[in-house]
Write a protein that binds this ligand. Structure first.
Ligand code: NAG
Ligand code: NAG
Length: 249
């Protein structure tokens, strides 16, 4: 009897304590990348994933766990192995929206592994839920939709940074952070949109800590076309197999 009571007490104590151990971060930062800018800015270009074409939309680059007091990312909280089988059910969505277009062409798995080992393990979520959370947030944010709604298109034109921010803010209810990169003619271009999500209620919030990114008042929105993706898997095949860029515009 005494043993039973103390066991129940211990169990209750564990239940009270465990949420404190699990919740080791304050907010997520979801980093969405515009592939048109990425392909343009790197000397290496961008590469077609071996799993096929990703979406012609903002792609997930990172889902980072942050401490709002220190303003630092929280990484490698525990050592939990990455097990691809746990997310194989999400493979189509991950290959489409969380694709790695870095060269050389790859299947994305080492990228997902590194996100899981760095930040996923600090999220208090299972591996499946960590990746599902990223995909759901991307869908919820729907950045391209909110931009197009305000007449902001990836059409090589310059747009006011303030207009880009307010178009997104109107759509998601919080002002995003915009990171630029150097594009054509040394002009700054729209590269990444950073959105923050409260770990308590999963609401999109204004980022508690704002890193300084250099942009100009007007930035270029670079077009993105699937032919920009270099297919390095075909690089060592015979010439007859090389796809001609006939779909270039
Ligand atoms: C954030 O960092 C501060 C200072 O190191 C620490 O006291 C706090 O517990 C951390 N918050 C979380 C959620 O880990
Ligand atoms: C495509 O990849 C091949 C092989 O890595 C490289 O030689 C070539 O320069 C790349 N082309 C472009 C347009 O980046």
């Amino acid at each position: 009897m005494g043993l039973c009571v103390s066991f129940a007490f211990l169990l209750a104590l564990m239940l009270i304590i465990s949420p404190c151990l699990v919740k080791s971060f304050d907010y997520f930062s979801l980093i969405l990348m515009w592939p048109g800018a990425y392909c343009e800015q790197t000397n290496a270009g961008c590469c077609l994933p071996t799993t096929g074409e990703p979406a012609g939309d903002f792609l997930i680059k990172d889902l980072i766990t942050y401490n709002s007091t220190t303003g630092d990312s929280i990484t490698k909280c525990q050592n939990i192995n990455f097990d691809y089988n746990q997310i194989s059910g999400l493979s189509h969505d991950l290959e489409t929206y969380w694709a790695n277009i870095k060269c050389p062409s790859n299947n994305g798995r080492s990228n997902w592994k590194s996100k899981w080992k760095s930040y996923g393990v600090c999220s208090g979520l299972s591996q499946t839920d960590y990746f599902k959370t990223g995909l759901n947030l991307l869908q919820k944010a729907d950045i391209a939709f909110h931009l197009v709604k305000k007449g902001i298109h990836p059409d090589y034109n310059l747009y006011k940074l303030a207009d880009i921010k307010s178009a997104i803010a109107e759509g998601i209810g919080a002002e995003p952070l915009i990171r630029c990169s150097k594009g054509p003619f040394n002009k700054f271009q729209l590269f990444e949109v950073h959105i923050c999500i409260d770990s308590d209620d999963s609401k999109i919030i204004e980022c508690p800590v704002k890193p300084k990114f250099t942009c100009t008042d007007e930035i270029l929105f670079h077009p993105y076309r699937s032919w920009m993706l270099n297919d390095t898997t075909k690089a060592f095949e015979t010439n007859s197999n090389i796809r001609l860029p006939i779909d270039m515009e």
